[in-house]
Structures are given as C-alpha cells and as structure tokens.
Design a protein around this ligand. Structure first.
Ligand code: SAM
Length: 305
C-alpha cells in the first residue's frame, strides 16, 4: 500500500471476513462473460461510476495503476481485457508519445473502447481476441502489459502468462490487478444474510470468481513465469447515504453477488425482488444507524518482470 493511502481494515472487519467469506468461489467461462456480462457496457459503466463517485480514498484506482507502471511518456502499452477503455482513457496522457493496444474478446465493449478513444493523437490499435492467444503480436513489442480485473475469465492462465512474457520487452512491467476474496465484504454480508433468511440454495453462498487468481493466491501462479513478482495493495471504502446507488451496483454491477449471473430455473423474478427487498432493508438500517453504508475494498496489483 502507498504510504499516503488510508487503511480501512479493522479487527472487526477482519473477523467478519473470516466468518462470512466462503472458501468456494463462483467460476464463469470466458464465453459467459462475453455473451452475458460484457455484450454491452452496462455492467462496466455502473461499476466504474459507483466506484468513482462513492470512493473515500482520494488516490483513485487508476492513480494506483499509473504509479505502478512508472511511465515516462513513450511506452508501448498492451491492455488485456481492456473493456470500454475507462482505464486507458485515464492513463493515455501519461503515454501521450507512446502507443496503446487494447485486446478484448467481447466485441460490444471493444467497440465502446474504440469510440471512447477516437481521434486521440496517441496511436491506438484494438484487437478482438483472447488473452491466452497473442499470436497476432510480435515478440518483444511492448514495454508495459496490463490485465486488470479480467484474469479470472481467461481459460488458459499459463498460456496467457507465457504469451505476456514473449510479447514484453526485457525490462518491461506486467501489471495484473485483482481483488482479495474478502473485498467488498459488507456487500456479501447483506447478501448472504438475505439468502439465509430466504432459505436459498446453499450453492449461492460462494465468493467472488476472482478467487481463481486473487491477491491471496496469485503469486505462485505468476512466479512460474516471471523472475520478480511484487504486490502493491490499494484499499478504498465506498460510502452510501442513499440505498439506491448501492442497489444498482449490487444488481447491475454484480448480478446480485453472482446469483443472477447465469439462468437458474430455481430462481424466478419473485426470488430476486424479495432478495433485493431484504438487502435494501439492511442497507437502510445501516444508513439510519451510522449515517452511511460502507463497502470496503481490498484490491491491488501484482507487478511482474
Ligand atoms: C471486469 S472487465 C475489466 C475491464 C477493464 N480491464 C477495467 O479494469 O476496466 C473484464 C474484461 O475482460 C474481458 N475478457 C473476458 N475474458 C477475456 C479473455 N479470455 N480475453 C480477453 N478479454 C477477456 C471482458 O470482455 C471484459 O471487458
């Protein structure tokens, strides 16, 4: 963590995390992500807006990423799973005389990225493809490679990291950003409490799919491919004084903590209406009691070279 960053951890939150975050996590295929989550930019737009508007850390996530990349202004940057280029838009002034290559397997968000960056003087190339097959890219062609909040969807992680090594120049930096499994634990707490009250199926009690490669377990997976792997952590706390922006974040941004990520014959519209009512009631109670509902984020990046 940067020395100027606030530390939101408390012994109570650590205890709560141990009590409520399951060891089993959701897992979704890259095709499910492409066809259901990222066929348009709704999910990304919702998350990006809420993370930005309700944050407490004055140093944003993109500031954290920019600091880690140690940019001089002329780098060739490859962004795997670039989404709608929200991060690239904010980094671009720091590589104004370099180049940007964004790769994503979802054509809808890639098109949004292209439109977002249209007309910028920094040359941009957009590639539709999967991060574990970079065969269209030459050896030693990038100074910086990023994979932010996307690695858990990539089918073949070893192939992806081998390819990153191949296309990255010696002395380059690969930044992989992901979460701790207990990130946003207050959202999971109100969600799991509502599920328990409703007697919902036990397999819905699972953690974020980022558990596949999280800040807790990612290092050995990366150390097989990179000589140096450092961890740079970053925290934030979203604070809501109105339940509705949180409810949109929970429903659209996180598919009800993954409960509505895929069709499930056991769960009909009435189930989700009741689930949201029960979650909203807890959020309203927290706002009444403390003045706001807090959602604590534990995230960060592996910096590999
Ligand atoms: C949560 S979004 C993150 C977007 C962006 N990196 C950011 O931080 O704002 C995950 C992105 O990964 C993309 N994705 C999923 N599987 C992929 C794959 N196998 N190869 C490339 N991109 C993939 C999705 O289409 C989506 O745009």
């Amino acid at each position: 963590m940067n020395t100027t960053d606030p530390d939101f951890r408390t012994p109570e939150l650590d205890l709560l995390a141990r009590e409520i975050i399951p060891t089993e996590h959701f897992e979704f295929s890259t095709e499910t992500a492409r066809d259901r989550f990222f066929h348009d930019t709704r999910m990304l737009d919702t998350k990006q807006r809420v993370h930005n508007v309700f944050r407490t850390n004055p140093r944003s996530m993109v500031d954290h990423m920019r600091d880690n990349l140690r940019l001089t202004g002329t780098e060739d940057l490859l962004d795997l799973g670039c989404g709608n280029a929200f991060v690239l838009e904010h980094l671009r002034p720091s590589i104004a005389d370099g180049t940007i290559t964004g790769l994503d397997n979802a054509p809808g968000v890639l098109d949004a990225a292209r439109r977002r960056m249209l007309g910028t003087a920094t040359p941009c190339t957009w590639i539709e493809g999967s991060a574990d097959d970079l065969s269209m890219l030459d050896d030693d062609s990038f100074d910086r490679v990023m994979a932010n909040y996307m690695i858990h969807y990539v089918p073949d992680l070893d192939a992806c990291f081998r390819e990153v090594r191949r296309v990255m120049r010696p002395g380059g930096i690969f930044q992989l950003t992901t979460d701790r499994p207990d990130s946003m634990l207050e959202m999971y707490q109100v969600h799991f409490t509502a599920l328990t009250e409703m007697g919902a199926p036990a397999d819905l009690h699972r953690a974020t799919p980022k558990g596949r490669l999280s800040l807790d377990n990612g290092r050995p997976q990366l150390a097989r491919h990179f000589d140096h792997v450092e961890t740079a952590t970053w925290q934030d706390q979203l604070r809501f004084t109105d339940p509705e922006p949180f409810m949109e974040f929970y429903r659209v941004g996180h598919n009800h903590c993954c409960a509505s990520s895929e069709p499930d014959a056991r769960l009909d519209e009435d189930f989700f209406i009741e689930l949201r009512d029960r979650v909203r009631a807890q959020v309203v109670a927290a706002i009444g009691e403390k003045g706001h509902f807090a959602v604590t984020k534990y995230t960060g990046s592996f910096l590999c070279s």
